[in-house]
Every structure is written in structure tokens, then in C-alpha cells.
Design a binder for this molecule. Structure first.
Ligand code: SAH
Length: 363
């Protein structure tokens, strides 16, 4: 079925907050309590504000009616709830929704809400652009602009949460949007802690997947935290020669050190590592590639997630036909390596990471 672009609704951003003010999402619980105390308020005001922001889905400080009016006025004049501006909101026929946000410095990032009967998963970005240069990916085509802040990462989750009906909650987070998450742990980790912590969204580490191009030092750093985040490693090739072509940063890394760091991750967290493998027709999808991949992974506690290439208009890659993809999965399974083929979501709204941002930048 050819992709159909649905009409775009451009929603409005909550009004009347100072334009260069900092977002309340940039504050840790402690910092916000300090901010309140500095304005002559008790520390618990911070809990009230956070409750409104995270649990009650407030879109403005004005509606936080259990706060004193003078304090609400101070919040409104000195802080913002969300620092970004919503520039596009697309809804797919399968219920997937995608937002394009513009940040204070005109950088744009994307985030996606995916619905299944028993789950609501959000996919979030960690950088504006990406430095990794994977040849099949839209996110890196314009290079890396900058890291996102903790507040900018949280804002994506909270804006998507506000699209859900009152009785539904986000159940899972995948950090698989634009950027390399392990290159921005400094902003990402506090955001994830907040989501799982008191007044967060109840999203503990087990419900969060972090996807990485495979930076061994950073994987070890994450492993050392011993938090049960699910780790996904984007392998995409079963040997260094091919991986060097598809994932250029591999030239300075190599597959073996990545597998060893991932083994350490499993040993320290007990979480089985997922290996992502984008299937590129005629490039990395031959039976021989599957056999090589099986040889790399068969004695590891691993799971392979095969992702048929999501076409990007200016890139010369395409997904193999589905019987071919299934054959690839069967070879892995027969060698004792668990494998699944990822379902496509939001195909009609270019929901693969980086595509909407790229389209906007180009136009
Ligand atoms: N930088 C991280 C996270 C962002 S990319 C990483 O490399 O894992 C998230 C996943 O989407 C990665 O596995 C990436 O390789 C994959 N991906 C990127 N572009 C894609 C495309 N056009 N089609 C299918 N998967 C793609």
C-alpha cells in the first residue's frame, strides 16, 4: 500500500509564558523545592507543581488552583511549563501519533506515540540531529546540532501523555528517536529517573528501552548503574567490513568490543540484550549474513529484532520482501537465536525517526 500523508493538525501551544524563561521540567525535585523556598513558599509547593505537571497533565500554571494565586503568578512570569512549540501533529490510520517540536533555538525534534491493545509506547529523541552517520537513517543526514536538555527530553513524553484519554497511561518508553542516547547520558539519565520516580509517570527502568549504535565505554557506564533498563544495540551487519560501510562510527569501534560490553551489561543488570538489525534489501539480508549473525550471537543471551528498512525518499535502500525477511529470521531461530520481525507502525506518517524533521528542514 503506498504511503498516504494524512492531513496535519497544527495544535496550539499553551499561551502567555515568558519566551526566554526556563522550563519547570529542567528542575530536579530538589531544585524546584529550592526555587519555591527562595520565593517564600514551603518546599511542598514543589510536590504540588510536579503532581500537576506529571499526574494531572496540566498545560498551564494558571490551572494549578490549589496553589496561592501570587505563587501561580510568579510561576507564570518566571518559568514555562513547556519550552518547545508544537509545529506539527500527525495521526496515522493505525492510531500512531507523531509530534514535531521546535525548541527555543529553532532546532526541531520528533517524538511518537504508538498504541497497541495493552500498551502505549512512546519513542523519544535525545539529540537534535545525530553524529553517527548510519547510511540508511534520516536523522543523521544533516549532522548533529546539539544535545537535548533533560527538560526537552521530558517534554516529549509529557506532550505525548497528554494525547491519551484520562484513563490511559504510557506503559513503555523507547529511546529510539533522533540522536545517540549514550552520547547524551548526562541529560537522559535524570529524565528517566524522573519518569520512574515519585511524581513521575510510574515508568520504572524495566519499561524503558535505550537503543544505541554501540559505544562500549558508555554501555559499561550504563551497566555500572545496575538499573534494569532494556538495552538495544543497533548492529545491522554481522561483520566489520559491512558494518564499517553501514554504520561509519564502527571503523573506530569494531563489533567485538560492542558485544563484550553488551555481555557485561547483561551480567550486571540481568537484562537480555536486544540486537537491532535493519534489513536492507540486497545489502545485509542474504542467508549468509543471517548465518554469520547467528554465529556471533548463538552462545549469548540475546534477541534479534529485525527491522525492515523504512524507506527515506533520498536514500537508496529498501526493505526486502516479507518472505525473505522471514527466511532470515528462520535461519537465526534454527541456530538457536531468538528473532522477531518488527511490525511497522505509522507507515503513512513517515514515523521512522528523523523523517519529519528532515522534510521540514528541506522545505
Ligand atoms: N542512535 C541510536 C538510537 C536511534 S535510531 C541507535 O543507533 O540505536 C533507532 C533505531 O532505528 C536504530 O536501530 C536505527 O538503526 C534504526 N533506523 C534508523 N533509520 C532507519 C530506517 N530508515 N529504517 C529502519 N530503521 C531505521
Amino acid at each position: 500500500m503506498p504511503p498516504v500523508v494524512l492531513p496535519t493538525t497544527t495544535a496550539s501551544t499553551p499561551p502567555a509564558e515568558a519566551s526566554d524563561a526556563k522550563s519547570v521540567l529542567e528542575f530536579s525535585a530538589d531544585e524546584l523545592a529550592g526555587w519555591c523556598v527562595a520565593r517564600g513558599q514551603p518546599r511542598f509547593r514543589a510536590d504540588q507543581v510536579r503532581h500537576w505537571v506529571f499526574a494531572r497533565r496540566a498545560v498551564s500554571f494558571a490551572e494549578m488552583h490549589d496553589l496561592p494565586a501570587v505563587f501561580r503568578a510568579e510561576l507564570e512570569s518566571d518559568l514555562k511549563l513547556f519550552a518547545g512549540r508544537l509545529v506539527r501533529h500527525q495521526t496515522s490510520r493505525d492510531g500512531t501519533e507523531k509530534l514535531l517540536l521546535e525548541l527555543h533555538d529553532a532546532q526541531q525534534v520528533e517524538c511518537v506515540l504508538m498504541r497497541e491493545p495493552d500498551r502505549r509506547t512512546v519513542c523519544i529523541s535525545t539529540q537534535a540531529g545525530c553524529a553517527m552517520g548510519c547510511v540508511f537513517c534520516a536523522s543523521g543526514l544533516l549532522g548533529l546540532k546539539r544535545n537535548l536538555t533533560t527538560g526537552e527530553i521530558l517534554e516529549q513524553v509529557l506532550r505525548l501523555d497528554r494525547l491519551l484519554p484520562a484513563d490511559e497511561r504510557i506503559t513503555n518508553v523507547v529511546v529510539m528517536g533522533i540522536g545517540e542516547p549514550l552520547a547524551n547520558l548526562r541529560s537522559l539519565l535524570p529524565a528517566l529517573e524522573t519518569l520512574g520516580g515519585q511524581h513521575g509517570l510510574g515508568l520504572g527502568a524495566r519499561r524503558i528501552t535505550i537503543s544505541t549504535v554501540g559505544l562500549p565505554e558508555r554501555i559499561r557506564e550504563l551497566a555500572a548503574l545496575e538499573r534494569p533498563y532494556r538495552l538495544a544495540v543497533s548492529l545491522h551487519a554481522p561483520n566489520d567490513e559491512l558494518r564499517n560501510e553501514l554504520v561509519p562510527v564502527n571503523r573506530n569501534i569494531g563489533i567485538q568490543p560492542i558485544l563484550e560490553a553488551a555481555d557485561e551489561y547483561f551480567a550486571r543488570t540481568g537484562r537480555r540484550v536486544t540486537y537491532e538489525y535493519v534489513l536492507l534489501g540486497g545489502v545485509n539480508d542474504a542467508p549468509e549474513h543471517a548465518r554469520q549473525l547467528a554465529a556471533l550471537l548463538h552462545n549469548r543471551t540475546a534477541h534479534v529484532n529485525l527491522i525492515p528498512m523504512n524507506a527515506v525518499s533520498e536514500l537508496p535502500f529498501y526493505a526486502p520482501r516479507s518472505p525473505h525477511a522471514r527466511r532470515f529470521a528462520e535461519i537465526l531461530e534454527q541456530a538457536g537465536v531468538a528473532a522477531t520481525i518488527r511490525k511497522r507502525k505509522g507507515a503513512d506518517i513517515d514515523a521512522a525517526c528523523g523523517q519529519l524533521r528532515l522534510e521540514h528542514a528541506r522545505s
